[in-house]
Design a protein around this ligand. Sequence first.
Ligand code: APR
Length: 266
Amino acid sequence: MLSNEMEFKNLIKLAKNIIVITGAGVSAESGIPTFRGAPKLRWRNYKPESLANMPAFVKSSSLVWEFYHYRREICLKASPNNAHLALSSFELRCLKENKQCTLITQNVDGLHKRAGSKNIIEIHGSLFETKCMKCHSIEDNFTSPICDGLANRGSPEEDSKLSDIPVEQLPHCDKCHGLLRPNVVWFGESLPEQALEDSIKLLNKCDLCLVVGTSAVVEPVASFPHQVIARGVPVVEFNIEKTPITNNSRYFFQGPSGSILPSLLS
Ligand code: APR
């Protein structure tokens, strides 16, 4: 074993409160495109951020729902990979060793939960929850298509740039019949209050922070590792390439997380 690996394993042995921060890279090996690196999410030449916002939804809820229907389908067809599985086994191991281990994910794909992770904060929401625009109730929803109007829609091809599904054929709330939206945090929106509050408590308490597969450029999560480093607590990063936190991390393990995490966390 390399000395970095031994030292990392020793850090785990000594830690009592571990947080793991994940981003799109952890799901790349499940075939889910990332936002900035390769393979990159492409949909009708729209930039994801130009659709993932409230003004876009107000302008064309049909177009935005087609985009999310496409992403829901990809995620439902995908399976958790070895990185998701290694992280859920790691949580179990921590439990047995009386350590606290919490996963804070920016991913909305639901794969950590499907891999068995329990102690998890989905800080950017979930593709498999809906939120009613009228009564604000949040519900789980794994049905695909989520409504008949979206059947055979959402093709990522360029020639289907326009979207014309009548609003009454989009998903509606069972309780009040308001229009539903995906319960994901859009650009320009605040993170869910409770998720943010819980994350901040964990950042102030943790004694080890692992960061997996995030470009670490989207706030506020991009700042989380820096807050931990500022307390003198070690941050260990796993990524295929360097990021803005690499130089301040205690260790940087380079490679696809599905290949490197299982042995490093075993
Ligand atoms: N293993 C580990 N890391 C990987 C892998 C892999 N197999 N493949 C890609 N990566 C890394 C890339 O090097 C990059 O640093 O994953 C990172 C993916 O970065 P982004 O696409 O920017 O994803 P993320 O950091 O999660 O984005 C944050 O931005 O658009 C928003 O809301 C969206 O939650 C998302 C947020």
